[in-house]
Design a protein around this ligand. Structure first.
Ligand SMILES: Cc1cc2nc3c(=O)[nH]c(=O)nc-3n(C[C@H](O)[C@H](O)[C@H](O)COP(=O)(O)O)c2cc1C
Length: 366
């Protein structure tokens, strides 16, 4: 069907608010008048934790579900075709028989919240709504379990490990935007407010970002102890830890997991529940399932994967047919102030369009 470029721009502007690892924003859009192509910019998502592009598949899922939500509010159904050999997809639009639905402005309110939460519980009607939404993703299951000592220990261990490992540190800090100037110049990455660190910590992180030896020294002088203590407090402050599983190890499963999680994330944020992915806790468990780990990572990550598989299986009662794709915490929290939000690249940098063809003058002459 004919969809005006203005509608496509509105849809893409909302979809571009989707989350991505470190806010690296690794997808581009092209509208050719019939298809909206979503293509991967691998240079932006280069990270040791984006092993076999799994973070990018989750992110693609978040972008695609955001397109679905934005299109529905325009009265359009989005028909998605995955092109996973290229970590890409294309989307066509058809008019929705029932007209516009949903509130796409919720995509603007969705955000990652790294602060301490105010517990729970998660209200029963909200849980039912989330379950109903998940019916659209039959190969994905999201289980929510209240934090307990074992889960807190596991999350704190894995989060802490990241600060001791140079390739991960490099991947994360590449997208630290520790001054307002850096954040507004690049319009990507994670600002100081979004990272939830004070000015003194930001100054230390800026030094450590240049040279991992600085981070090593900080680690020896209390950074790891303080960080692990904070992570424990954050995780304990959650109403629940969410474990997202899929019934396949194929990339399409990760795209579905991303879609389902984005849908749940938006709904939780709408009702006053903050969300923070804790991806390291799921990535290593998935790596263990498929028997492949990034070669650059030390053995501690394999050991973490084995421990995590055991902890998550026990706490979430996971059947052997399910694979852990993503992990997050959620809990009640006051709305994240706008100052804590991350920026996005300008629309003209992420969306290209075929210019409407001017009628060739020669046609009139014939
Ligand atoms: C695949 C993926 C993995 C992520 N992993 C983490 C994580 O482990 N820890 C974290 O604090 N945030 C994580 N995030 C959140 C991103 O850093 C966040 O979405 C991005 O900085 C944009 O910020 P926003 O969500 O507030 O818009 C992840 C997001 C995605 C899509």
């Amino acid at each position: 069907m004919d969809v005006s470029p203005e509608r496509i721009r509105r849809i893409v502007a909302l979809a571009a608010r989707a989350p991505s690892g470190e806010n690296c924003q690794p997808f581009r859009f092209h509208w050719d008048g019939a298809w909206l192509t979503v293509s991967h910019d691998a240079a932006r998502s280069r990270h040791v934790l984006n092993f076999e592009n799994r973070a990018s598949y989750l992110t693609l899922g978040c972008y695609l579900e955001s397109i679905v939500i934005a299109a529905a509010s325009e009265g359009l159904d989005a028909r998605i075709e995955l092109e996973l050999a290229d970590t890409a997809a294309r989307v066509a639009f058809v008019a929705r028989a029932q007209g516009p639905c949903g509130d796409a402005s919720l995509l603007l309110d969705r955000c990652t919240d790294r602060r301490r939460y105010r517990g729970g519980p998660i209200d029963a009607p909200l849980l039912r709504e989330i379950e109903d939404d998940l019916r659209a993703f039959p190969n994905v299951t999201i289980r929510l379990v209240a934090p307990n000592d074992e889960l807190v220990d596991y999350v704190a261990h894995m989060e802490r490990l990241q600060w001791c490992t140079e390739p991960i540190h490099r991947g994360h800090t590449r997208y630290f935007r520790l001054s307002n100037r850096a954040a507004s110049r690049t319009r990507d990455g994670m600002s100081r407010a979004s990272l939830n660190v004070g000015p003194a910590t930001a100054a230390l992180l800026a030094l450590a970002r240049r040279d991992f030896r600085v981070q090593r020294t900080l680690n020896q002088f209390g950074f790891l102890r303080i960080f692990a203590k904070r992570v424990r407090a954050w995780v304990r402050s959650a109403a629940a830890l969410g474990c997202v599983t899929v019934d396949t190890t194929d990339p399409a499963g990760h795209v579905s997991a991303g879609r389902a999680t984005l849908r749940t994330w938006v709904t939780l944020n709408r009702d006053g529940y903050a969300v923070q992915p804790l991806s390291i806790c799921s990535y290593m468990v998935f790596n263990r399932d498929v028997g492949r780990y990034p070669g650059e990572l030390p053995a501690a990550f394999r050991e973490g994967g084995a421990w995590g598989a055991d902890v998550l299986q026990r706490n979430y009662d996971l059947p052997p047919s399910e694979h852990v794709a993503w992990f997050f915490r959620t809990g009640r929290a006051p709305l994240r102030p706008m100052a804590g939000r991350t920026l996005r690249l300008p629309l003209e940098r992420v969306l290209t369009e075929v210019a409407p063809l001017d009628e060739p003058e020669v046609a009139h002459a014939v």
